[in-house]
Design a protein around this ligand. Structure first.
Ligand code: 1CP
Length: 354
């Protein structure tokens, strides 16, 4: 069994006692850090950075050198799976991700296969192995993937979207085609995440960034059902330790009971729900991760500390809380404010863990 020097994050996810509330930040490696921009420039572009294990490891570790974070997250992207399926991912400067060959009909779905995690996606597993080696047991490594619904939005829309008309047209006019696609993506996610665990990931997170654009019934049919299938298919123990699974649906605060019923270990919350309310509803079943508005990092340090104190008191005493932002850190945030946030969590949470 590999010993961890700081396992506060894994313990909180499994609701075991901790000395203080663990904290990490979604998108903690990224453009708000000048050292990230330098390494990205060295790699040439974003995908080359993801595909170079040494450089992906370097940017994963950069935020940990600055801040006393309780977890590292693999530097990669959710769109590696559709790229490995042959859709041709590219990034245009100043714009979001795009696909050369989006999914438009059943024939397109029939053509795609389940990528081999140690084949087309081996660069991701190499990054996981390199990061685990270089972390030297300091903190746990989080592996991740997108949810089938969220991945399918990019695959069908051909990139980022605001109204999601193409995928909703498929959902409501050709539901069988979309279900076929979601099922293939779910199988791909299961094999991808299990390979990340085999390569050294110690916890898993599924990002359902766009589940919240669906009605409650459609969320269950097109998003949650497939996340539940994934939770069922995942390796939940490795190397003598449990591998906790966190599901994050942005804008999913209405559906916490349904999400908890998948059997996940933790639910990621955005800032549109009061964490006290979330705890009262599902706190006996799952741990909670979140949930400060990432824009709060624009506020002066005193206001950031006040907000951290408010969220900590909302969760109250005891374990089962991993502090985080409710979504990714903004790229124009002052890194010093991120430091204020992280220190505030560690300092102000101690009275809740007596
Ligand atoms: O350097 C750059 O210009 C690229 C920006 C960037 C970065 C830093 C992209 C492109 N992806 C990433 C890394 C990334 N993406 C991580 C790394 C680990 C960390 O957190 O430090 C993770 C976990 C992701 C996950 C991801 N990618 C999500 C889910 C989480 C979320 O933010 O909602 C989504 C939706 C994506 C798609 C994507 N990739 C990149 C961008 C700019 C986007 C978002 C596009 C959109 O808004 O539709």
């Amino acid at each position: 069994m590999n010993e961890l020097k700081n396992d506060r994050y894994l313990r909180a996810l499994l609701k075991q006692p901790v000395d203080k509330t663990p904290v990490w930040m979604m998108r903690q490696a990224g453009r708000y850090l000048p050292e990230y921009k330098a390494t990205r420039a060295q790699a040439g572009d974003f995908m080359s950075l993801c595909k170079n294990a040494e450089l992906a490891c370097e940017v994963t570790l950069q935020p940990l050198r600055r801040f006393p974070l309780d977890a590292a997250i693999l530097f990669s992207d959710i769109l590696t799976i559709p790229d490995a399926m042959g859709l041709g991912l590219y990034f245009e400067t100043g714009e979001g991700p795009k696909f050369e060959r989006p999914i438009t009909c059943k024939a397109d779905v029939d053509k795609i296969g389940i990528p081999d995690p140690e084949g087309e996606l081996q660069y991701v597993m190499n990054a996981v192995r390199t990061i685990r080696r270089e972390l030297k047991g300091e903190v746990p490594l989080i592996g991740f993937s997108g949810s089938p619904w969220t991945l399918a939005t990019y695959m069908v829309e051909g990139g980022s979207s605001k109204a999601f008309t193409k995928i909703k047209k498929m959902a409501f006019a050709e539901p069988k085609t979309l279900h076929l696609l979601l099922d293939k993506v779910a199988d791909s996610v299961i094999s991808y995440l299990n390979a990340q665990v085999a390569a050294g990931a110690q916890s898993l997170m599924i990002f359902d960034t766009w589940g919240g654009v669906l009605s409650p019934r459609d969320y269950r049919e097109f998003s949650l059902q497939y996340m539940a299938k994934i939770v069922d298919g995942l390796t939940r123990e490795n190397d003598g330790r449990k591998v906790p699974v966190t599901l994050f649906t942005k804008n999913g605060g209405m559906w916490l009971e349904d999400i908890a019923a998948t059997g996940c270990d933790a639910i990621g919350l955005d800032w549109t729900i009061d964490i006290a309310n979330a705890k009262a509803r599902v706190g006996d079943k799952v741990a909670l991760q979140g949930n400060m508005d990432p824009s709060m990092l624009y506020a002066p340090p005193q206001r950031i500390r006040e907000e951290v104190a408010h969220i900590l008191s909302g969760f109250g005493e005891g374990t089962g809380h991993v502090f985080n932002l409710g979504h990714g850190i903004h790229l124009d945030v002052d890194p010093e404010h991120a430091g204020v946030f992280i220190d505030a969590v560690h300092e102000l949470s101690q009275p809740y863990h007596k």
